[in-house]
Write a new protein. Sequence first.
Length: 119
Amino acid sequence: MKGLVLFAHGSRDREWARPFEELAATVSRQTDARVRLAYLELMPPSLGDAIAALVSEGAKSIRIVPVFLGPGGHTKQDLPKLAAAARERHPGIEIACEAPIGEQASVIEAIAAAIAKKA
């Protein structure tokens, strides 16, 4: 089984997570992978907990997709450290990190189209 973690920042405001929860539900309907959300800070589950849950459910490979608009300290420094720790905790499980979702041309186009529609 394949796992997919959507990795976001986190917030003290629980309502902040709503779009990410909707995104995870939509992705779940479009893939055979088991999808989980994880947050860097301020709200559960952590990346380590989300990965552990997927491993316990039988995932042999896990993709981590940062749901950030661009690269920064969290995706360049924090995420690689967290992923390395997860690899140590789960030897034999393939754990791969992708670039921030906002770097994909199709995402930029979709955001631009949504903004332009309201202009």
